[in-house]
Ligand binder design. Structure first.
Ligand code: FES
Length: 385
């Protein structure tokens, strides 16, 4: 059917307005300032602070928090801002190869913005964390990436009260949140249930206690000690959550996989799930299968490499072991930064498949959480140069 235009009468006033267009524009030009446009605009400056990109940072302090946890403080070359709870990627040269891992930020957003300093708190576990423990020294230069991750308070989605559940080094993002709340950068109430084995395993105890206010409360839950007036004993159960939580709350949890498995059961028996629960993803580690060796053909721009892969390790680790600079951030299948096109081969995914439907349809994988089950061929975006 042919489209019918609505006929309108072209009135006298329209003609008059049309006639005035050019003289009006000339008058506006004449009235405008002749000063040259500024070289930078506020919005660009803000964008640079929010997305500073990879930057060199100097390690200025190392503090031992517990027997297996240390805090590393860096002086940034560019000031930045982040949401309390986010992580950054820390990269360092290890035996000639650039190795990186994501770590939750333990310092406050204001310290990064005003003083240009940022801290990460690291538990001694895994290749890079062990390397940091044994080799990192004050004065070393490393690379810090953009703040990333969704593990932060969202006023639109979250309740006014957050019940934070931290296990071991999972305290890190909550410590940053507690500081941000006390500084007025974040505006929500945080009731933190912090699980550790013994009193000696509690990191930041003095600092957390000093931040307690009407908006922040901390309850220590020690699995290997008896209950007393300072601590709860055992695990973070539904009874304990109900004891401290108000009627309406959002759950944010950060800790080891075993804690999540236990917590899932507790929360589901309370009828709590879905959007009310946010869990910080853990980096994918090696899987427990019989060792097999495969070849992975990797295309990066116009270059083609063949790397050896161990069936127990992820495709990302295989490429990194071969010295390829490939993009990654969360190492947990969540950010999509390592998103690569699968040309051929079989693979298994660690945990739940977090790919989008379009990725499944067009054959994309996340090498950070894919284990090779055969020889593979993939096309990878270029990484950190
Ligand atoms: S590094 Fe985030 S999805 Fe792979």
């Amino acid at each position: 059917m042919a489209f019918k235009f609505k006929k309108q009468l072209f009135g006298f006033m329209d003609l008059l307005r049309f006639k005035k267009l050019v003289p009006n524009r000339r008058a506006a030009f004449d009235a405008a300032s002749s000063a040259p446009l500024p070289k930078t605009f506020k919005v660009n400056e803000t964008a640079k602070i929010l997305h500073p990109g990879n930057q060199t940072a100097k390690l200025v302090e190392i503090v031992k928090e517990t027997a297996d946890t240390k805090t590393y403080t860096f002086e940034l070359s560019k000031k930045m801002f982040f949401r309390a709870g986010q992580y950054v990627e820390v990269s360092a040269n290890v035996d000639g190869s650039l190795v990186n891992r994501p770590y939750a930020i333990s310092s406050s957003p204001l310290t990064a913005l005003k003083e240009g300093k940022l801290s990460v708190t690291v538990k001694k576990a895994g290749f890079f964390s062990n390397w940091l423990f044994d080799n990192a020294n004050v004065g070393d230069e490393m690379i810090i990436g953009d703040p990333s991750g969704q593990f932060h308070y969202e006023a639109i989605k979250d309740e006014e009260v957050v019940v934070g559940i931290a296990g071991g080094s999972g305290i890190t993002p909550f410590y940053s949140m507690a500081k941000a709340i006390s500084e007025g950068v974040e505006d929500f109430k945080l009731i933190l249930l912090y699980g550790a084995k013994t009193e000696k395993d509690i990191a930041f105890k003095e600092q957390l206690d000093s931040l307690v206010s009407d908006k922040f409360k901390v309850v220590y839950v020690l699995s290997d000690e008896k209950k007393n007036d300072k601590y709860e004993s055992g695990f973070i159960t539904k009874e304990l959550i109900a004891k401290y939580a108000p009627e309406k709350f959002t759950v944010m949890a950060c800790g080891p996989q075993a804690m999540y498995a236990f917590l899932d059961k507790q929360l589901s028996s309370m009828g709590i799930g879905g959007k009310r629960v946010k869990k910080e993803a853990n980096c994918v580690s090696a899987r427990d299968v019989k060792k097999a060796e495969y070849n992975i053909t990797v295309h990066i721009r116009d270059n083609v490499y063949t790397v050896k892969a161990d069936s127990r390790e992820t495709v990302l680790v295989a490429m990194e072991r071969a010295g390829l600079k490939v993009p990654s951030k969360c190492r947990a299948g969540g950010c999509g930064f390592c998103h690569s096109k699968l040309v051929s081969g079989k693979f298994s995914i660690a945990g739940a498949d977090k790919r989008r439907l379009a990725d499944l349809k067009f054959g994309y994988i996340h090498p950070c959480c894919s284990y090779p089950d055969s020889d593979m061929e993939i096309i990878v975006p270029a990484g950190l140069e």
